[in-house]
Ligand binder design. Structure first.
Ligand SMILES: Cc1cc2nc3c(=O)[nH]c(=O)nc-3n(C[C@H](O)[C@H](O)[C@H](O)COP(=O)(O)OP(=O)(O)OC[C@H]3O[C@@H](n4cnc5c(N)ncnc54)[C@H](O)[C@@H]3O)c2cc1C
Length: 398
């Protein structure tokens, strides 16, 4: 038996014994927020996995990770998938800030923040966008002034997902207004629980409200929480976006096609088609929609193979660079098309908001369709991804 096979056997046995039944199948996922309570099994599952370092299995052990190799991480995820175990802890700390700190953080920052993230002890939010700076992110105006041993921050962030539940915010701030815009930006870690930070939730078209306006009025950040060099935050901030887009585009150690987050219901499209359109000679009855389902499935399969190829090529476990935009662009488009197609397959039954005329699945499908409009916007819009691919991946002229 190879070492990897032995690891698989041990992992399988450990998961069977330690993954509570309430942490299997669809359900709540721990976000690490200290402002939220979680059901008992979700909490227990996160704690058990954190103890093994498996909330962030590939991070080094000294920062709370599991120290697993890429192959071991892949095996762990395969075995979790086999029993329907949910990820024990998902937040912007595990997916975005953590990998960035591993590359750019000081030893003290890694010890302080990574360990807390790995143990589910802190939830993070992302303070990038501002009312006048979304696609043109480098146009951001939130000012941070150097006050000796701390920064004084004034400005406004917007679309800050999860800010109302976050303990910390990583953000881009302007520290030098007198140089070209990309050169006067710094990357700061800001505690949310302070008088200078006010959070106001924004309601979405889907009826949910997971993001906020965040006001910074004389907020403070410790000097020790500057990541990278002063005025060189653009490089750090861009790298974090690559980690974000890599997650949204389904790149990572787990094999097989994965869709980006943003859908609230996971329906089998072919089953929906058969239920709502019926069959003719064993096939989906409506020929035009049958073609669309087929084309979507082929795209999904091709995308899955490309994801796997990219994953295998990145053998050092590092998130790829600008090429992550290819996965973000195609993956989020695929996710949005899927929700649209499901609603069309359901016909008028797919447009229900509430009421007795619609069942739970139909209402969830309609809401999921509305939520899915956002996946081609957050993390950078499709147009911006196409721009990055053109310039930075294909090398086309500006
Ligand atoms: C659900 C959701 C969650 C989000 N969460 C966060 C978060 O946690 N933190 C955070 O900081 N931000 C967050 N965002 C903000 C997101 O990053 C921005 O919405 C996005 O970058 C677009 O910026 P904007 O909304 O200002 O649109 P704009 O930049 O004003 O763009 C408007 C339109 O113009 C197009 N456009 C703009 N510039 C160009 C160009 N040069 N070439 C071609 N087309 C162009 C865009 O593609 C878009 O279609 C979130 C957004 C959503 C929808």
């Amino acid at each position: 038996m190879t070492d990897l096979q032995a690891f698989r056997e041990e992992t399988r046995a450990w998961l069977a014994e330690n993954c509570p039944s309430g942490a299997r199948g669809p359900g709540e996922i721990h976000s690490g927020s200290t402002r939220q309570t979680f059901d008992a099994d979700t909490q227990l599952w996160m704690e058990r996995m954190a103890e093994k370092g498996w909330t962030v299995p590939s991070w080094p052990r000294e920062y709370g990770g599991g120290g697993l190799t890429d192959d071991e991480t892949r095996v762990l995820y395969q075995e979790m998938e086999a029993i329907g175990a949910r990820p024990p802890l998902v937040n912007m700390g595990t997916r975005m800030l953590g990998p960035t700190l591993l590359e750019y953080g000081t030893e003290a920052q890694k010890k302080k923040h990574l360990t807390l993230i790995a143990q589910g002890g802190a939830a993070w939010c992302q303070g990038y966008s501002e009312p006048g700076a979304g696609s043109d992110l480098a146009g951001l105006r939130t000012r941070a002034e150097d006050k000796g041993d701390y920064f004084l921050i004034n400005g406004q962030k917007i679309w800050t997902s999860g800010a109302h539940l976050a303990d910390w915010m990583f953000c881009l701030v302007r520290t030098d207004p007198d140089v070209p815009k990309h050169q006067g930006i710094s990357f700061l870690l800001v505690p949310m629980d302070q008088p200078g930070v006010t959070v106001r939730p924004i309601e979405l078209i889907s009826g949910r409200s997971h993001f906020c306006e965040t006001f910074l009025d004389n907020a403070v950040a410790d000097k020790a929480d500057l990541v990278g060099n002063l005025n060189e935050g653009w490089t750090v901030g861009k790298r974090l976006l690559q980690h974000e887009r890599s997650g949204q585009g389904g790149l990572g150690p787990s094999t097989g096609p994965r869709l980006p987050v943003g859908v609230t219901i996971d329906l089998d499209m072919e089953k929906v088609a058969v239920e709502y359109l019926g069959t003719s000679e064993g096939r989906i009855a409506d020929a035009a929609l049958r073609d669309e389902v087929l084309r979507w499935n082929m795209n999904k399969a091709a995308f899955g193979l490309t994801q796997r190829r990219a994953g295998e090529q990145a053998r050092d476990g590092k998130t790829p660079g600008e090429v992550t935009s290819v996965f973000k662009l195609f993956g989020s488009t695929l996710a949005r098309e899927r929700q649209e197609l499901i609603v069309r397959l359901m016909g008028s039954q797919g447009t229900g908001w509430d009421g007795a005329g619609f069942n739970e699945t139909e209402i969830a499908a309609a809401r999921s369709w509305l939520s899915s409009r956002a996946v081609t916007i957050y993390g950078g819009t499709n147009e911006i991804q196409a721009d990055i691919i053109a310039k930075r991946v294909l090398g086309l002229p500006d």
